[in-house]
Design a protein around this ligand. Structure first.
Ligand SMILES: NC(=O)c1ccc[n+]([C@@H]2O[C@H](COP(=O)([O-])OP(=O)(O)OC[C@H]3O[C@@H](n4cnc5c(N)ncnc54)[C@H](O)[C@@H]3O)[C@@H](O)[C@H]2O)c1
Length: 295
């Protein structure tokens, strides 16, 4: 620890003020866009339009969780660039631009970065949401499936980070949608391995980009009611449901507020974090079954 002479004669209370950022001009985090603690408005419902000055790019946004996240981001005031390989449905909201992007296409990412440079001159957040399931058991995993799953679930986020980080300033945020499959073993080998790889990419990027003030975090959804989940067998979904302490499958709206939070300045000290949103699915190691049996 620095002595008072090494720190220029600073007193303990001055040091505390410096470390908490409560010096003149940085009272209560106001400079980071956070509301002051004194107003306490943030303790109740989330302040509207807290992403008002943010340009956000999201992949896989045409349906499922991505579509719900676009809606939540626009409600929070963000300008959203929604991308997907699938066509979008319905009217395009004012604050949203829809673009076709295959996340495995490096040239497509470059074209998007060029367009963003001309249109906005910067990007404040990237949500790597696009993903595919691969459900084959070990003996049946083809190399083609393995490669395709990794291309979309891991290489896609890497390409996105490489393309958009040059447009990001300190305070920007990257969110990678992983899975509870990256916390525990899961029968689908290609999907599980790809999400563990994405978790590793998140950790690694949080170190390298943290130095530049760019935060990188992972979200680990449990079972969420989307077309991806609908591709699982009823036996899988039924068995999984019995392991969820909250007793229900999650909805895309259960995930979207966390994405808003991770992009907002409210999460200014979150970096390399893994936020689990699974109704308690991974809070136990099949102990729920044991607890139920011994009631
Ligand atoms: N639904 C779940 O139970 C669950 C659980 C944990 C994690 N996840 C993850 O959440 C994310 C969103 O999935 P979802 O549940 O909304 O599923 P979804 O299938 O509804 O949405 C995935 C989206 O990704 C898009 N996509 C697929 N390949 C793409 C590509 N090459 N380029 C661009 N876009 C592409 C699809 O077109 C689709 O719109 C995925 O990363 C998924 O792995 C889902």
């Amino acid at each position: 620890m620095a002595s008072s002479s090494e720190s220029g004669g600073e007193t303990a209370s001055e040091t505390a003020v410096r470390l908490t950022g409560e010096s003149a001009g940085r009272q209560s985090g106001e400079s980071a866009g956070r509301p002051s603690c004194e107003s306490a408005s943030w303790l109740g419902s989330a302040p509207a339009r807290r992403l008002a000055d943010k340009i956000v790019v999201i992949t896989g946004a045409a349906r499922g969780q991505g579509a719900a996240e676009v809606e939540a981001l626009t409600v929070a005031g963000a300008t959203v660039v929604a991308t997907d390989v699938l066509p979008f449905s319905g009217a395009t909201p004012d604050a949203v631009t829809r673009r076709t992007l295959d996340v495995t296409d490096a040239e497509g990412w470059k074209r998007l970065a060029q367009w963003l440079t001309v249109e906005y001159g910067r990007v404040d957040a990237l949500v790597n949401n696009a993903g595919v399931a691969a459900r084959e058991r070990l003996p049946n995993v083809s190399l083609e499936t393995w490669q395709r799953t990794f291309d979309i679930n891991v290489t896609g986020p890497l390409l996105g980070i490489q393309a958009l980080v040059p447009l990001m300033r300190a305070g920007s945020s990257i969110v990678n949608i992983c899975s509870v499959a990256a916390l525990a073993g899961h029968a689908a080998a290609a999907y599980t391995a790809s999400k563990w790889a994405l978790r590793g990419l998140t950790r690694s990027a949080s170190l390298e980009l943290g130095e530049r003030g760019i935060r990188v975090n992972a979200v680990m959804p449990g079972l969420i009611d989307t077309p991806l989940m609908a591709s699982a067998s009823p036996a899988f979904t039924g068995a999984a449901l019995t392991e969820i302490p909250l007793g229900r499958i999650g909805q895309p709206a259960d995930i979207a507020p966390t994405i808003v939070f991770l992009i907002s300045d409210d999460s200014a000290y979150y970096n390399g974090a893994e936020l689990v949103i699974d109704g308690g699915l991974t809070a136990h190691v099949s102990h729920k079954r044991i607890a139920d049996a011994t009631r």
